[in-house]
Design a protein around this ligand. Structure first.
Ligand SMILES: Nc1nc2c(ncn2[C@@H]2O[C@H](COP(=O)(O)OP(=O)(O)OP(=O)(O)O)[C@@H](O)[C@H]2O)c(=O)[nH]1
Ligand SMILES: [Mg+2]
Length: 247
């Protein structure tokens, strides 16, 4: 099974993967793929954490917005997964970390069978209300670093409750690597999902596309497409900010 881990920058994706490796490497054959925009920093962090044979941790340097490599063209990640399988197969679980992105980045179901979306309490209690496809429809929402709630004035219970409200019953785990009981909830979810995957009861779900956006240097950018929460798309024009300044 391939498991994607997405979420904004610094919410604790690599740390969560280290926690999973520590808990599961004794019972499962694991591989890890990290996606960084410019470096192999996350792969180096995980290798130095000593939680898995360093050879089982492979970096993909995306060189572009993270969603490019986890959603638009997943080839580099599929090749890394194939290489891991060739070297260490049969693998039970390959965990793929997305580069940290905004609230709209999700994995293509062509790359992963299941995906987690990771927020952290230090990012603010209101982030969960801002919504997005990962928060609403990833297979699991993780509210991470619950130990920091009291230090940043965030009501963790309320944030977790609002996460549940946003997901119509889909699971939410409030996690801190310092709280063993919460780590057991996370590893329990991974074990259950893997068991369902093996019996064919788990179906990969696409949380929905990246919000349409343009990159600097592409077209003029005056035409914007917005995807509404119901999935329909609406396109309209804005007067360019520099209107009147053009030759
Ligand atoms: N207090 C606390 N800090 C945590 C926890 N998990 C991660 N951190 C810290 O949060 C910071 C970011 O963690 P990472 O795991 O690197 O986050 P990331 O999402 O992989 O970051 P990017 O890959 O750069 O997007 C580090 O300083 C971690 O030590 C936690 O449960 N509690
Ligand atoms: Mg990371």
């Amino acid at each position: 099974m391939r498991l994607g881990v997405a979420g904004p920058v610094g919410t604790g994706k690599s740390s969560l993967i280290a926690t999973l490796c520590r808990a599961l490497s004794g019972e499962l054959s694991l591989g890890v793929i990290t996606n960084d925009i410019y470096t192999d920093e996350d792969a180096r962090f995980l290798r130095s954490a000593g939680v898995l044979d360093p050879e089982r941790i492979r970096p993909v340097e995306t060189g572009a917005c993270p969603h490019t490599a986890i959603r638009d063209d997943v080839t580099a990640n599929l090749l890394a997964a194939e290489d891991l399988e060739a070297d260490f197969g049969p693998l039970d679980l390959v965990i793929i970390e997305s580069g940290g992105d905004n609230l709209t980045a999700t994995f293509s179901p062509a790359l992963v069978d299941a995906q987690l979306f990771v927020l952290d309490v230090a990012g603010g209690g209101d982030v969960v209300r801002k919504g997005g496809p990962g928060i609403a429809r990833a297979d699991l929402l993780v509210i991470n670093k619950t130990d920091l709630g009291e230090h940043v004035g965030v009501d963790v219970e309320r944030m977790t409750r609002e996460g549940r409200d946003a997901r119509q019953g889909s699971p939410v785990v409030a996690l801190s690597r310092h709280d063993e009981a919460s780590v057991r909830l996370l590893t329990g979810w991974v074990r259950d999902t893997l068991a369902h995957y093996r019996t064919g009861e788990h179906t990969p779900v696409d949380p929905g596309p990246m919000a349409p956006h343009f990159h600097a240097g592409q077209d003029g950018g005056e035409t914007h497409a917005h995807t509404r929460t119901d999935g329909t798309t609406h396109t309209h024009d804005h007067a360019p900010a520099h209107a009147g300044q053009r030759a």
